[in-house]
Write a protein that binds this ligand. Structure first.
Ligand code: HEC
Length: 139
C-alpha cells in the first residue's frame, strides 16, 4: 500500500501556484501606465512624470530589503494589498482603518499585466528568489 501522508502538501499552501514567465520590460511599462510610481519608488529605476500621491508616504520596492520575502508575498501584495502591510512604516502612513492605502487594481488589471509586473518587480528585489513549481504531467 502507498503511504501518501508525508509528502501531501497542506491543501492551503501556496505550493503549485506559479504564474507563467513575464516580460520585465513590459512590466516596467505596465508599472508606469498604471501609475504605480505615484506611490512607489523602485530600486534602480527612474520614472518620468511622477506626481506623488498626497496622502501617504512613498513605499520603496526592490533592493536588498527583506520586506517582500517571497514570490507569494509579491503577487499577493499586488492583488490583495491589505493581506498585510509593508514593514518599516507606521501603520497610519500606509493604511487607514486596517485597509491598505494602495488602490485595488483587480477590476482593471489583466492577468498578463500582473504577470509582467511581477517579473519586473522580482528582477529588482535581491531577496526574492523563486523556484517555479515543476509541473509534471497530470494523470
Ligand atoms: C495610492 C497609492 C498606491 C498605488 C497607486 C500603488 N500602491 Fe502599492 N502600496 C501602497 C502602499 C501604501 C503600500 C504599503 C501597504 C501595503 O503593504 O499594502 C503598498 C505596497 C505594495 C507592495 C508591497 C510592498 C512591501 O514591501 O510589502 C507592492 C509589491 C506594491 N505595493 C506594488 C504596487 C504595484 C505593482 C502598483 C501598481 C499596479 C501599486 N503598488 C500601486 C500604495 C500604492
Amino acid at each position: 500500500m502507498l503511504t501518501l501522508v508525508a509528502c501531501t502538501p497542506d491543501p492551503k499552501s501556496g505550493k503549485g501556484f506559479t504564474l507563467p514567465e513575464g516580460d520585465i520590460e513590459r512590466g516596467q511599462q505596465t508599472f508606469a501606465e498604471l501609475n504605480c510610481q505615484a506611490c512607489h519608488t523602485v530600486a534602480g529605476v527612474t520614472f518620468d512624470d511622477v506626481e506623488p500621491s498626497p496622502d501617504h508616504k512613498m513605499v520603496a520596492l526592490g533592493g536588498a530589503r527583506s520586506k517582500v520575502q517571497t514570490y507569494g508575498d509579491l503577487v499577493t501584495s499586488i492583488i490583495n494589498p491589505s493581506h498585510r502591510f509593508a514593514k518599516g512604516y507606521a501603520e497610519e502612513d500606509v493604511a487607514t482603518g486596517g485597509e491598505s492605502k494602495m488602490r485595488l487594481y483587480n477590476d482593471e488589471m489583466t492577468v498578463q499585466q500582473l504577470i509582467d509586473l511581477v517579473a519586473f518587480l522580482e528582477s529588482h528585489y535581491s531577496v526574492v528568489r523563486f523556484d517555479p513549481t515543476p509541473y509534471g504531467p497530470y494523470h
